[in-house]
Write a protein that binds this ligand. Structure first.
Ligand SMILES: Nc1ncnc2c1ncn2[C@@H]1O[C@H](COP(=O)(O)OP(=O)(O)OP(=O)(O)O)[C@@H](O)[C@H]1O
Length: 275
């Protein structure tokens, strides 16, 4: 499998422009006949353009809710989210999203799947097809443009989903546990490829994961969330040189970051003490 290779092309093909994300005192309550669910409480985050932020927290702490609000797919109950100073009030072409399930359409070829969003907008295919092909090639899928999703492995499908999210030159890339369903080897591969994209583009990225190691490996900053109602318990800057190799996970500095995050979860009663 090829890896992402052409830095110049990738910078041109993937993200465009800068995205400064500001999340200010965001609360989210879901109302239902069975009562209210307080999913998020007072979330404040300032993410400068180009930063990669990993969000890690226990199941149900509101990570996906936060991502959906940032994506404009849901509205906070209170508080505000701004992209480059503009309030986010709905979905935007500035934002690319990758979910845990790749959501590829089985009746469309790989190329047609990557072109899905622009097709939906009625934009001429010819204008986007070259970019779509370039992205697929960069992700090592040059021989799969005309195959169907069911002919691909889970890792290849998730690469396609990432290409689809990047097609529209988003400024902001939102990823909701994109690699959770993959085996450890494929996950390592995709972590490296994602790092290359981040280094070579101006994409601001919010990456949700349950995996502490993955969170630290990828991020400039790790946000640790407490259980519901989701609150930020810790913001940890990750000062490891880039590009990072997988072997960095064996370094003393990485072990210290892991200890700090684990300790935060232990103090919150989410992880049992390892001492
Ligand atoms: N549309 C909805 N209506 C009502 N409650 C919801 C809705 N979406 C999420 N919730 C509730 O809000 C809380 C946070 O859910 P969310 O999916 O954001 O958590 P999460 O941290 O992403 O969980 P996981 O890691 O398991 O994916 C949960 O208690 C969930 O049941």
């Amino acid at each position: 499998m090829n890896t992402v290779a052409d830095a110049g092309l990738m910078a041109e093909a993937a993200c465009a422009g800068e995205a400064h994300l500001q999340v200010a005192q965001v609360c989210k309550t879901y109302a239902s006949p069975r009562g209210a669910t307080h999913a998020l409480q007072d979330i404040t985050l300032d993410v400068p353009a180009g930063r990669f932020v990993s969000v890690v927290g226990p199941s149900g702490c509101g990570k996906s809710t936060l991502l959906r609000c940032i994506a404009g797919l849901d509205r906070p109950t209170s508080g505000e989210i701004r992209l480059n100073g503009e309030p986010i009030v709905g979905p935007s072409a500035n934002t690319g999203i990758v979910f845990q399930r790749d959501l590829l359409l089985d009746w469309r070829t790989i190329l047609q799947n990557v072109l899905f969003t622009t097709d939906c907008r009625g934009q001429p295919r010819a204008a986007w097809a070259e970019r779509a092909r370039d992205l697929l090639d960069l992700f090592g899928l040059e021989n799969f443009h005309h195959r169907y999703p069911w002919e691909l492995s889970g890792g290849m499908r998730q690469r396609v989903a990432i290409c689809r999210a990047l097609l529209d030159e988003p400024k902001l890339l939102l990823m909701d546990e994109p690699f959770a369903a993959l085996d450890a080897f494929t996950r390592d591969d995709l972590n490296l490829e994602l790092q290359k994209i981040s280094l070579q583009t101006a994409c601001t990225t919010i990456f949700i994961t349950h995996n502490i190691g993955e969170a630290i490996f990828l991020a400039d900053q790790v946000v640790v969330m407490d259980r519901r109602p989701g609150r930020i318990a810790l913001v940890l800057d990750i000062d490891l040189p880039r590009p990072r190799r997988l072997a960095v996970r064996e370094s003393a500095a990485f072990a210290q970051y892991t200890r700090t995050v684990r300790q935060a979860f232990e103090e919150l009663g989410i992880l049992r003490s390892s001492a």
